[in-house]
Design a protein around this ligand. Structure first.
Ligand SMILES: Nc1ncnc2c1ncn2[C@@H]1O[C@H](COP(=O)(O)OP(=O)(O)OP(=O)(O)O)[C@@H](O)[C@H]1O
Ligand SMILES: [Mg+2]
Length: 273
């Protein structure tokens, strides 16, 4: 392993699913992508273009039909929970466990002792600003707070790579802006490599080093935009000309693809009828 090697390399990754009705669905078509170590990379694209599929493949939760994925030059053949963490859209906390027990859960599986578990979990809860809620239950927390717990739980495992699938998608605009700012701050401290799926163009521009625009299904890499603004990015960045220009460009690119996706859907609907 060399230091210049990308954290994640996807080469010509294609994915076909077979539906319950026995039809083949081409979800991804020869996706090639490098993610640098410490990079924050967002994926945007129309619904159904294969963003989640790509994350699952990178994390070893699903097997691609063809092509290859490597992490630090090592071929992915299955899940690597010590190297890769996931945060999904739904909070996926255990409702019967306290907040701190939820954050500790993966560490328990890894065989980390009780005291150390508690120390790590406390530290991560502090990082996401929820130290005072260690003994509460998930049902007693707001959606945004629960999502911060999910982030703390992923960070507790100290993975090099975090794969986040619309982690703030279920939240209102204000909460997700604030959480995005918090996430940026946490990541600057921890130096993780992140792949982040979002439908929010503002979120993508605010948080990312690069934004990958995917085409309508079958998902391909349509274009990659770099966001060069310095970090830490203050909330004022959201009104800077560079922000607006990049966001507008993303909007144009995505608009073409969403149109293409809608058209394809109408046509296939027409054939069915
Ligand atoms: N288990 C599965 N079996 C069959 N088809 C699937 C399966 N999972 C996903 N697909 C199909 O693959 C395509 C890509 O799905 P995926 O969930 O990766 O898209 P996405 O970009 O994450 O969409 P969204 O933005 O709506 O979350 C879709 O057409 C979907 O119907
Ligand atoms: Mg998805």
């Amino acid at each position: 392993m060399t230091r210049t090697e990308p954290a994640i390399t996807a080469s010509d990754v294609s994915m076909w699913y077979e539906t319950q009705r026995g039809e083949q669905v081409n979800a991804l078509d020869t996706v090639s992508l490098d993610v640098r170590r410490g990079e924050f990379l967002s994926l945007i694209g129309p619904s159904g273009c294969g963003k989640s599929t790509l994350l699952y493949i990178v994390g070893g939760l699903r097997r691609q039909s063809s092509g290859q994925v490597s992490l630090d030059g090592q071929r992915v053949t299955g899940p690597m929970p010590t190297k890769v963490g996931f945060v999904f859209q739904d909070y996926t906390l255990f409702p019967w466990r306290t907040i701190i027990a939820n954050v500790e859960v993966g560490l328990g599986f890894r065989g980390v002792g009780r005291r150390e578990r508690r120390e790590i979990a406390t530290e991560k809860l502090e990082l996401v600003g929820l130290r005072g809620f260690a003994d509460a239950y998930p049902g007693e927390l707001s959606g945004g707070m629960q999502q911060r717990v999910a982030v703390a739980r992923a960070l507790a495992m100290d993975p090099e790579i975090l794969l986040m699938d619309e982690p703030f998608g279920a939240l209102d605009e204000q909460t997700r802006t604030v959480l995005g700012e918090e996430l940026a701050r946490i990541l600057e401290k921890t130096g993780k490599t992140i792949v982040f799926v979002t439908h929010s163009l503002s979120e993508a521009v605010f948080l990312s080093d690069r934004v990958v625009v995917m085409s309508a299904r079958p998902g391909r890499v349509k274009e990659i935009l770099a966001v060069d603004a310095a970090r830490p990015r203050e909330s004022g960045f959201a009104t800077a000309p560079e922000f607006t220009q990049t966001r507008n460009r993303l909007f144009e690119l995505l608009h073409e693809e969403v149109r293409a996706a809608a058209l394809a859907e109408m046509q296939s609907g027409g054939l069915d009828a």
